[in-house]
Design a protein around this ligand. Structure first.
Ligand code: ADP
Length: 166
């Protein structure tokens, strides 16, 4: 079976991520969307929440499995038998980091190749951080994330922004 891994932080998952995922399922027999626990950055949603949100958003997409991991991506890919890693390329600004990551991962495991997929043009400027910013400022996320993600964002902002009572 040609199995691919699509790793990321997914903080939260957006329509851009889902677009890449759908494109990947047209190429591979199974795609494992792998949610990183240790990301090197502090996240808005907890690891468990990010995994849960991704699972719910991927429910209707055939041949997709959502897993959390807290090791090196190459080690997790080997563990699940993935031979290809999917990454999304938006603008030129993604390129340098993504190239570095792909080359480093190849040094760590020559058996895992990285493939870059490009999203539909309307997702080219969409990122998880942009989505968090829009919801913080009260904008509509209709075109950017599934309804469930928008609800979770609002809920989480109520928790985060609540004044601390003394
Ligand atoms: P990471 O922290 O590993 O970069 P992200 O969750 O931000 O994880 O993104 C995972 C992958 O999805 C990355 O390859 C990123 O470039 C890609 N990606 C993020 N947003 C989009 C988008 N709107 N369109 C296409 N690819 C995207």
């Amino acid at each position: 079976m040609r199995r691919a891994i699509y790793p990321g932080t997914f903080d939260p998952i957006t329509n851009g991520h889902l677009d890449i995922l759908r494109k990947a399922t047209g190429i591979f027999e199974e795609v494992v969307l792998a949610v990183a626990n240790v990301t090197g950055k502090s996240t808005f949603f907890s690891f468990d929440e990010r995994v849960d949100i991704c699972r719910r958003c991927c429910e209707g997409i055939p041949n997709v499995r959502v897993e959390g991991f807290d090791s090196l991506v190459v080690d997790f890919a080997r563990k699940i038998g993935a031979v290809t890693m999917i990454r999304g390329l938006r603008a030129v600004s993604d390129f340098e980091y993504e190239l570095q990551l792909a080359l480093m991962n190849r040094m760590l495991d020559r058996g895992l190749e990285t493939i870059f997929l490009v999203p539909d043009h309307n997702y080219l400027y969409l990122s998880s951080s942009m989505v968090r910013q829009i919801v913080r400022l009260g904008g509509s996320l209709d075109d950017f994330v599934p309804k469930l993600v928008e609800e979770r964002l609002h809920k989480q902002f109520q928790v985060v922004d609540k004044p601390v009572s003394v």
